[in-house]
Ligand binder design. Structure first.
Ligand SMILES: *Cc1c(COP(=O)(O)O)cnc(C)c1O
Length: 265
């Protein structure tokens, strides 16, 4: 089993999937791991959505993944997601943007995405809603929470989440689905677990005080290195890239800000 959030997985740990057959095998393995984690926690695997994350993956390989059954894909960067959505428009794919968004990219997200998982500012909510209204579309959103108290991480501080959610009903085209987080990048699984527990407890607390504000109260948490722990702690959506597609050559620091080199995390 991979260490939680191993930063530079060896190619052997996450081999590249190329063919449709490779993807079928990999998806089956991830689903089996999800089911085992769910069972350990007394949960039903059907409560948990697998969102394959295809960042850096070529369109040719994505076509094979779609043939193997991936019809929802997560992408961290809007530019890359937009290009893929255009070039793969002939396929049945719902695109989920899971990375930080700048207001000047809201128009693009409103045009092609069906879900945005990294909402953490009023300005972005406002920009998205304006673009969605004029496009006559709506968008599922998750509010991103910084559960690791790392300064460089995106997301709202846990204590600011309820106040933020209270502002969202004004944006009628945004459909709040729940909360999203990235755990601390650490091989210390206890610290990783604490991030997931914090998100679940925050969701439970908001359900008590403001049940109308959090939609179904979904929890998007867990990635290749830590999705089993996330499922044990209540995740309803795991965002899994490398365990399906294979190791990425581009360092993760390209996708989110970090202040330390990977080996020190
Ligand atoms: C890349 C990414 C993931 C998936 O990470 P893997 O290690 O490839 O599973 C999950 N969430 C976000 C926000 C990402 O950018």
């Amino acid at each position: 089993m991979p260490a939680a959030n191993a930063d530079t997985p060896s190619p052997a740990q996450y081999p590249q999937a190329q063919s449709v057959e490779d993807f079928r095998t990999r998806l089956a393995a991830v689903h089996a791991t999800m089911a085992a984690a769910a069972q350990r926690a007394g949960r039903d695997e059907s409560e948990i959505r697998l969102l394959p994350v295809s960042k850096t993956v070529s369109e040719e390989r994505i076509r094979h993944a779609v043939q193997a059954g991936c019809h929802q894909l997560g992408e961290n960067k809007v530019q890359e997601a937009k290009r893929k959505a255009e070039n793969l428009a002939d396929l049945d794919i719902a695109w989920s943007v899971i990375g930080h968004l700048q207001t000047n990219k809201a128009k693009d997200v409103a045009a092609f995405a069906s879900e945005f998982q990294a909402l953490d500012s009023h300005r972005v909510a406002e920009a998205l809603d304006r673009r969605l209204q004029s496009a006559g579309r709506s968008l599922d959103v998750f509010v991103q929470v910084n559960t690791s108290a790392e300064e460089q991480k995106y997301g709202l501080a846990p204590e600011d989440v309820a106040g933020f959610l209270r502002k969202l009903p004004a944006f009628e085209s945004l459909r709040v689905r729940g909360l999203m987080t990235l755990a601390v990048f650490s091989a210390d699984t206890q610290r990783v677990r604490e991030c997931f527990v914090l998100l679940r407890e925050l969701r439970d607390q908001i359900r008590e005080t403001d049940p109308d504000l959090i939609g179904p109260g979904d929890l998007s948490m867990g990635m290749s290195g830590d999705y089993e722990i996330a499922i044990e702690e209540g995740s309803t959506c795991v965002r899994v890239g490398q365990a399906i597609f294979g190791a990425r050559s581009r360092p993760d620091s390209y996708y989110w800000p970090t202040d330390r080199p990977p080996e020190q995390r």
